[in-house]
Design a protein around this ligand. Structure first.
Ligand code: S3P
Length: 426
């Protein structure tokens, strides 16, 4: 369990960064979806962090041949998948465990999905229940709500019409993956669009997914194999956001984050920073599965903001935004964000208990918080084993100096975070 100190920044910075971690959501999906093809998939810029390397190992355990040279990965699947002779370790990753539930639900064999102590406390009935209702055999602790989860691949899955009670890309993706092997066309609906990498990538690989005018995605079962992937994974906007925050709170500073996905379901936090007063520009350069380009963020004085819409588009960035809110002029409000309670930690609790140590005044709600902005002061931050808490408060350290405890969790998504952060003061 490593701790570190982040010292107050004594000068402005103006930098371009092209070495921010690759997108985690897309990297998980690249590894998994390559199993739908019988040809080799070529992936450049794969995220080489704990979460996605675990997913790659699982893909290997399922029988694919994986060749990796740094962040360049080749995945050659076998005609049929292996029944692995060991548990499948998803580590800290909700995306891995929930998507594999949908993927494995109809694969011949027995599979045990396990996670670390944090993941094994997160709710799984959001995928277990709808998958069971279409014939999947899934079980686990607390009647299938907690990992370890056990799956015995069903011979046949029924097509479904399902409106999810929770807006979650992980649930949507698990159901889409199951639907690809169901016995007819399935329909999935969510209240608000969540990140749509699964739909974009599978369509690019040749699957048929159509949006109808009642708001359902119609998912056609696969007729055979899909085309392989040939993709360069863009930079992760959620990881990039820590450096956007750094520029927004540091007078006279500017950052250019290169080659990020500009998918609208992923850049809402940057829009909020813009509403708060920061200067933010999006420069689209290409479109491969997703719009991709650079994001430029420069410091301006920040004002309080209300965040209550499109919550799933910025759910991962709310801890970092809470630092901007604490340093802004006036009150900020976050509402409709109950999902924060079931992330890598209870992020309403882990943000607020740490802000309290930093002397910030706030009110807690079941689904969010109100923060009275003004200033932050130095404290010893408990990461709660949550990478985004550790990194958000590290950025606050640039303003007031911070001790961050239990920082190993950063390796799950952004291994070179500290190195890049240190480079700001050089
Ligand atoms: C993710 C979906 C979101 C997000 C997570 C990654 C994905 O989770 O918070 O970091 O890759 O599908 P939910 O589906 O639980 O909202």
């Amino acid at each position: 369990m490593k701790n570190f100190n982040i010292g107050k920044l004594t000068k402005a910075f103006n930098i371009e960064i092209d070495s921010i971690a690759s997108d985690k959501s897309i990297s998980h999906r690249c590894a998994m979806f390559s199993l739908f093809s019988k040809e080799t998939s070529y992936i450049k810029n794969f995220l080489t962090a704990e979460d996605t390397l675990n997913t790659l190992s699982i893909v290997e355990q399922l029988g694919a041949k994986v060749k990796r040279d740094g962040s360049t990965v080749e995945i050659s699947p076998r005609e049929t998948l292996n029944e692995p002779n060991d548990v499948l370790d998803c580590g800290n990753s909700g995306t891995a465990i929930r998507l594999f539930c949908g993927f494995l639900a109809s694969v011949d064999g027995a599979f045990t999905l396990n996670g670390d102590k944090y993941l094994n406390e997160r709710p799984m009935k959001r995928v277990a229940n709808p998958l069971r209702s279409i014939g999947a055999n899934i079980d686990g602790r607390e009647d299938g709500n907690k990992a370890p989860l056990f799956i015995r691949g069903a011979k046949e899955l029924k097509p479904f019409t399902y409106t999810s009670p929770v807006d979650s890309a992980q649930v949507k993706s698990a159901m889409i993956l199951a639907a690809l092997r169901a016995d007819g066309i399935s329909k999935y609906k969510e209240n608000e669009l969540t990140r749509d990498h699964t739909e974009r990538m599978l369509k690019g690989m040749g699957a048929t997914l159509e949006n109808d005018n009642e708001g359902f995605i119609n998912i056609h079962p696969l007729k055979g194999h899909l085309k392989p992937l040939n993709i360069t994974v863009p930079t992760d906007p959620s990881s990039g956001f820590f450096f956007a925050l750094a520029a927004a709170i540091t007078p006279n500073s500017r950052v250019l984050i290169k080659n990020v996905t500009l998918n609208p379901t992923r850049i809402e936090a940057y829009q909020v920073l813009k509403r708060m007063g920061a200067e933010v520009n999006f420069i689209e350069k290409q479109n491969v599965y997703e719009p991709i380009g650079d994001i430029e963020v420069s410091h301006k004085e920040l004002n309080g903001v209300v965040v209550e819409d499109n919550i799933s588009w910025l759910i991962d960035e709310l801890p970092a935004l809470s630092i901007a809110m604490s340093l802004a002029k006036g009150k900020s409000l976050v509402k409709n964000a109950k999902e924060l309670r079931v992330k890598e930690s209870d992020r309403i609790d882990s943000v607020l208990t740490n802000l309290k140590k930093c002397g910030v005044t706030f009110t807690e709600f079941e689904d969010g918080y109100e923060i009275i902005g003004g200033t932050l002061s130095k404290a010893s931050i408990n990461s709660h084993g949550d990478h985004r808490i550790a990194m958000s408060f590290s950025i606050a350290g640039l303003f007031c100096d911070m001790d961050i405890e239990d920082t190993d969790c950063i390796l799950t998504s952004f291994p070179n975070f500290k190195e890049l952060l240190d480079s700001l003061s050089k």
